[in-house]
Design a protein around this ligand. Structure first.
Ligand code: G
Ligand code: G
Ligand code: MN
Ligand code: NA
Length: 254
């Protein structure tokens, strides 16, 4: 309750900020993308992690205006970053089921791209399996419209649900983001190679590219390289950072 009371005025009080975590091409080790991750510094509660407030934002519907702000901020900041860096960089934005269920979501994405000037191909939307299968017919129509705009579509936390794979045939998905638990077992050991490799091969056969999340060690990086994974993201490369720190990091890395 205290959290919800503090969350309601947070947007108007400019208490949100985006941090960005680099995503790296596993073959060239160049940064090809960034994931925008929401941070809340509450005047009343101090720093609150998304794990604590995203659920409440979803239940209360506050995720809709907050998500709109995230999309606009991520697109605007990335557009300016691309200008300064002089090369294309993709930004991925997490989208909740609740946002996807909004009637005007596609228009909102189209408007934000027009307002910020970010090329559509530089925007990726991360959707969870549960959001995708909630209302398949409607979702499929919507994702087709987003695809026509040129936006990239990713399945986030892939391998954590039990939704099967049929939806991958019906929906115009471009990217699978393998959850950390897909590669690391509960005891911290790396999963069976053949298991991970088979999934990567299947994804490639379906023309999907594969991003592994939560890469923390060189062992895991080499394992993913051997499994033919396309991109990696994790503390081994970099933590999520505020924009200015990210730019300094990018300048140092190249
Ligand atoms: O940033 P962190 O590593 O703590 O993220 C925790 C969770 O919060 C992740 O599941 C992530 O997808 C989610 N999250 C972070 N930022 C956003 C956002 O802008 N929108 C939504 N819907 N979820 C987010
Ligand atoms: O659910 P989603 O994939 O959107 O959330 C990404 C979350 O993973 C963020 O909370 C981010 O801070 C976290 N994260 C990013 N890199 C790593 C990592 O190497 N290890 C772990 N444990 N978490 C990570
Ligand atoms: Mn994500
Ligand atoms: Na994830």
């Amino acid at each position: 309750m205290a959290l919800e009371m503090a969350l309601r005025p947070a947007l108007a009080r400019s208490e949100f900020e985006l941090h960005y975590q680099p995503r790296v091409d596993l073959r060239t080790m160049r940064v090809v993308g960034l994931e925008a991750l929401l941070r809340w510094n509450s005047a009343d509660l101090g720093r609150v992690s998304p794990g604590e407030f995203i659920g409440i934002a979803e239940e209360t519907g506050l995720i809709v205006p907050i998500g709109r702000w995230v999309l606009e901020e991520a697109c605007g900041q990335t557009r300016r970053l691309i200008e300064r860096q002089g090369r294309a960089i993709r930004v991925s934005v997490n989208v909740s089921a609740r946002q996807l269920a909004q009637a005007g979501f596609v228009d909102e994405v189209r408007d934000v791209l027009a307002r910020t000037g970010l090329p559509a191909a530089c925007l990726e939307l991360e959707l969870t399996e549960s959001a995708l299968i909630e209302d398949m017919a409607r979702t499929a129509a919507m994702l087709d419209e987003l695809r026509v705009l040129g936006v990239k579509l990713a399945v986030d936390d892939f391998g954590t649900g039990y939704s099967g794979l049929a939806y991958l045939r019906r929906l115009p998905i471009d990217i699978l983001k393998l959850d950390r638990s897909f590669v690391l077992q509960d005891d911290g050991r790396i999963s069976a190679f053949d298991f991970v490799k088979a999934f990567v091969d299947m994804a490639h056969a379906l023309r999907l590219s594969v991003v592994a999340e939560g890469v923390e060690t060189a062992d895991v990086l080499e394992f993913l390289r051997a499994a033919d994974c396309d991109e990696v993201q994790g503390y081994l490369m970099a933590r999520p950072m505020p924009l200015d720190a990210l730019e300094a990091w990018l300048d140092a890395a190249t």
